[in-house]
Unconditional design. Structure first.
Lengths: 331, 331
């Protein structure tokens, strides 16, 4: 039986189990030009929370009530009526929180012919890795010797960024919540770690570990992290802003006490959505990342939930924030 | 008798006449390497308010209590004991709110040999013009067809930016306070003008005149203007942030409801201090600007206060904001 998670009501604040329902769905016979995929892995990502808002305006539409929840997944083609795919092909798609998927061949992308486990293409070998790499190299133009501050350094993008920044020759300061996650961030090479859950203000904590200021900031949380980074930014600091997980649940305003330093320090803040801006660099990046992983210079950090039924739990854990590394669901 | 304005107490909020005093100052005999200048024109600028704060940290030091107030002035050399200057040379300096100045030749800059009235070199032909031009061309990389939103369009930087943007082929929306100033902004070529003092929210006002969104924003006020610009920014919009006059008096935090659009729209915010970043372009810019002025493509907008004793009044009028164009004092 094919099953898919559906959105039955719109969450206020954090998603709850009342907002979603696992339902049986029909599997129609394959039409000409379609393929049938068995999913092996699902990715849970903050963007999904945005699409649960009825008024979301973005590259992808909001989810309709009573309809299946989309999201990134990988799997294998089991049946094909398209000349583009053959049974056995490894594919990635966005048809989401379900165990099998049927759709037009154009909705699926073949994984590149690089010898890496398929779920890696949903994090370090995919958009997550590209976001970390392009944020550092393309957006923030990080150079050896720079001091980089990386928010949510225990997460998917953050943990990739910490490791890439060390390879590039930067001094790296990461933030994470709780002793365990901080220890993890130090274990992957960060020179200093800030526990944002510990008592005290972010700006003071950052000043203690970066008395010389910061040159690069990778932001995917916003709020007090961004304000602290503005407070410690050196002249010509570059901020790469890839998302504000902290604001996804509540849509609150950014209050930035240090914003006026943007002028005096000639700071650049650049928002980016990596696959849209740097999609053309993806394959070259994937080959580079595969080499870093194969040679042991980059360690993979995955936290895996087992079974389709645990998908909402895995998703909620992004926001409650105690789990290190990329969060995945294995079917 | 030589006179200079002195800072006698630090203002809270807007400067008042209690904070300053016009005092006689001695004119020492000229030492070797010094020159003596008779000022013709004084410029009043927001940066002076920042330097009145005891804790100001910037490229220039804060003013000491009981000491003369610095600022930009132009005049003519009346006596020289330096090989660098001869009597009759036109010069610019930062010795401020006084009728005559004596100092080391290094403190003075000779005006370039371009046939324009000397006070123009304190606005359109100087840092004010360079800030407008470099903000549009270098920082925001404005292109013909872009829609530009220009804050404080009735002021020095803003009125220069409106006219330069029209020459570059942009659609231009300016903001100004009050019907008179708005009429002025329209008279220098803006396609639409927003009266920020009229009832209603800035974002809604901007949406009405820019339903297609904005591509370029020149910010020197911050606050609700910046938030409105974020709310209407198109994908890849570029913001050039040259100062936050609105915050100079009170140092308050920026509250930006629309900040999360930085990510989704790939917006770039770049702070800059034009003479520091683009000083090397100054002479080329001055020749270009002189050509625009001489050919009538750019109109000069000056508001002149007569006499040294009116300098504080001229300065305060920057912040109370009812006067159009660059504000100057003629001695």
């Amino acid at each position: 039986m094919v099953q898919a998670w559906h959105l039955v009501s719109r969450p206020e604040g954090t998603l709850t189990m009342e907002n979603v329902e696992l339902r049986d769905v029909p599997l129609p016979p394959l039409a000409e030009g379609q393929i049938h995929v068995r999913n092996h892995w699902l990715s849970v990502d903050p963007i999904t929370r945005l699409r649960m808002r009825g008024d979301y305006q973005g590259a992808q539409p909001p989810f309709a009530l009573g309809e299946p929840i989309g999201g990134v997944a990988t799997g294998v083609v089991v049946e094909s009526r398209s000349p583009l795919f053959s049974p056995g092909d490894r594919v990635k798609h966005q048809l989401g929180w379900r165990d099998e998927a049927v759709g037009a061949a154009e909705l699926f992308g073949k994984l590149p012919d690089i010898d890496m486990p398929e779920q890696y293409f949903m994090h370090y070998m995919g958009v997550v890795g590209l976001t970390a790499w392009s944020g550092l190299v393309k957006v923030a133009e990080a150079r050896a010797g720079d001091v980089a501050f990386i928010s949510a350094a225990g997460g998917g993008v953050g943990s990739a960024a910490v490791q890439i920044a060390k390879i590039l020759g930067l001094r790296v300061i990461g933030s994470a919540g709780g002793a365990e996650k901080c220890a993890f961030v130090r274990s992957i090479g960060a020179d200093a770690v800030i526990d944002y859950k510990a008592p005290g203000g972010m700006e003071e904590k950052l000043r203690q570990v970066a008395p010389e200021g910061i040159d690069v900031y990778l932001d995917n949380v916003g709020g007090d992290h961004l304000d602290a980074a503005l407070g410690l930014a050196n002249t010509h600091a570059r901020f790469a802003i890839s998302g504000t997980v902290g604001n996804y649940d509540n849509g609150e305003a950014a209050t930035l006490r240090n914003f006026s330093r943007v002028v005096g320090q000639n700071i650049r803040l650049q928002g980016y959505i990596a696959p849209r801006e740097y999609g053309a660099d993806m394959l070259a990046f994937q080959h580079q990342m595969a080499e870093w992983i194969a040679s042991g210079r980059i360690s993979i950090c995955e936290s895996v939930f087992e079974g389709l039924e645990r998908t909402p739990e895995a998703f909620i854990s992004i926001f409650t924030g105690s789990i290190a590394g990329k969060i995945l669901v294995r079917l």
